[in-house]
Design a protein around this ligand. Structure first.
Ligand code: FPP
Ligand code: MG
Length: 483
């Protein structure tokens, strides 16, 4: 397995470490290597012997807690829903939410009065008219507001098996750690949404492996993988609603829609094929609208420069539009969940607008950095090292940052990009051109810029603390990881 610095050497990035360190780390897991590398980039390093340990209590319970949220009445559905949680993923998203929650808790309470901080398992809220308080209803019904017979959709006379109960109550507040039960649940929800998207993504990408095991579509099949993803989303939605915070509900629901928008932008690139009315591979026409439903393309869609009539479009403008499209797609596909969950963590803590906004920007910047590094690793790492297919993007016809940088230098690459590298030899030419025009180094530089912006967001609003240092450390590890 390649270490972080080995990869840095391979893409021509100046290593921050000596060769002797490189060789001693070569055989360690690449994630732990990234973590060690990052520790060296953060000061003071003395408090960072094991930064993740600050939330190890919560992290150790994450999978088990998620397990209580995803039990169903069908054994095979249970198997596939739990499948990706069984293997060690990076768990970046819950780690960030938990560390951020802890770091925000260092802000004095009197400065966190935007909303009343709710450290109860589930708050009493007057959402129900009636004689019983909501708290009493929730207690009786294991956290549910609607009667369990409604939620389960089964004969009310049969005794409910604990497996079919939709939810456990939220975990208790651990005042010493400063992480609220709702923030802990938020971390679980985010991992569930992410996992649902991976189950779907592996079907879309026709992948064969994930986390060093056969991917869900292979170990089960496409139909089951899609349904299990849908099921996880359904259960995540129940948990989201039980956070009882309309702002957070809105944010997290939007992040699910964003994932789909991002994936769609990737599937059908409107900058490269602006007037394309075919589905894929020239096989099928997109049905024309009947006019019965008036849908609207939102103003945040990225316009193809060819569509600006009466203007001569330069190569530079085309490449700029492609980069704008790439960044927006990357935000929706990867950074939206991180930015919106970081914002949610801040909202739940009662923090003020400035903190909320910086947490949101932090999630956005760290998310963009994360995906750009992912796009580099797709070029540099083997499937064995990644535990999932390597060199997949070009094969899938995807033009990510490294090839866009090469295209800026060599306009002829535009043809390969728009035919999705389908002609024999296209992929080899693309790889060679990326190398020739330093596409990987330039992408790494762009990822570094986002990493620095993310660190700035943290330092703007969070008081110095071990948790903030741990977050800085993790942010650096995301940049220097090799897996
Ligand atoms: C991994 O990308 C995939 C994502 C970051 C998001 C995928 C989103 C969807 C499939 C939309 C549906 C969403 C939900 C919530 C069901 P990648 O293929 O670049 O990374 P990989 O190499 O890990 O597969
Ligand atoms: Mg994929």
């Amino acid at each position: 397995m390649l270490s972080v610095s080995k990869r840095a050497l391979r893409v021509g990035i100046p290593s921050r470490r000596s060769t002797s360190i490189v060789s001693t780390l070569r055989y360690k897991s690449s994630w732990s290597t990234a973590v060690e590398t990052a520790a060296r980039l953060v000061t003071p390093s003395s408090i960072l012997k094991d930064p993740i340990s600050l939330v190890s209590h919560e992290m150790s319970q994450l999978a088990a807690n998620i397990g209580t949220l995803i039990g169903s009445g069908h054994p095979t559905l249970n198997r596939i829903s739990a499948y990706y949680f069984e293997s060690q993923g990076k768990k970046i998203r819950p780690l960030l939410v938990l560390l951020l929650s802890r770091a925000i808790s260092e802000i004095p309470l009197e400065q966190r009065n935007r909303i009343k901080i709710d450290d109860l398992d589930i708050p009493e809220q007057p959402v129900y008219e009636g004689t019983k308080s909501l708290g009493a209803i929730l207690k009786e019904q294991n956290g549910a507001i609607s009667p369990l017979r409604i939620l389960h959709g089964i004969n009310p006379n049969i005794i409910l098996d604990p497996l079919t109960k939709p939810h456990e109550t939220l975990p208790e507040f651990d005042s010493k750690r400063g992480i609220l039960p709702k923030q802990r649940r938020l971390a679980e929800i985010v991992e569930m949404i992410h996992t649902a998207s991976l189950l779907h993504d592996d079907v879309i990408d026709n992948s064969d492996s994930r986390r060093n095991r056969p991917s869900g579509n292979i170990a089960f099949n496409n139909k089951m993988a899609v349904l299990a993803g849908d099921f996880l989303l359904g259960r995540a939605s129940v948990s989201i609603s039980r956070l009882r915070n309309p702002e957070v509900i809105e944010l997290l629901s939007t992040s699910i829609a964003n994932l789909v928008e991002g994936e769609f932008m990737q599937l059908k690139n409107t900058v490269f094929q602006p007037n394309e009315d075919l589905i894929e591979e020239d096989t099928k026409k997109i049905p024309q609208p009947t006019g019965a439903i008036d849908t609207k393309v939102h103003e945040y869609s990225v316009q193809a420069p060819q569509s600006i009539q009466g203007h001569e479009i330069t190569h530079e403008q085309q490449v700029d539009a492609a980069f704008e499209y790439y960044i927006h797609k990357t935000y929706l596909k990867t950074a939206a969940l991180l930015s919106k969950s970081s914002r949610s963590a801040a909202i739940l803590s009662g923090a003020n607008e400035d903190v909320i906004e910086n947490c949101y920007q932090f999630g956005r910047n760290v998310g963009l950095c994360f995906q750009m590094v992912d796009d580099i690793l797709d070029y540099t790492q083997t499937s064995e090292a990644l535990g999932k297919p390597g060199n997949a993007d070009l094969k899938l016809g995807l033009a990510t940052a490294p090839i866009l940088f090469a295209w800026r230098e060599n306009p002829e690459l535009g043809e390969l990009i728009s035919r999705k590298f389908k002609q024999e030899g296209d992929i080899e030419i693309a790889m060679e051109q990326v190398q020739k025009f330093n596409g990987l180094v330039k992408t790494q530089k762009m990822a570094e810029d986002y990493c620095h912006k993310a660190l700035e967001n943290l330092r703007n609003v969070l008081p110095e603390s071990d948790s903030r240092s741990a977050l800085e450390f993790l942010t650096n590890a995301i940049l220097t990881r090799s897996k």
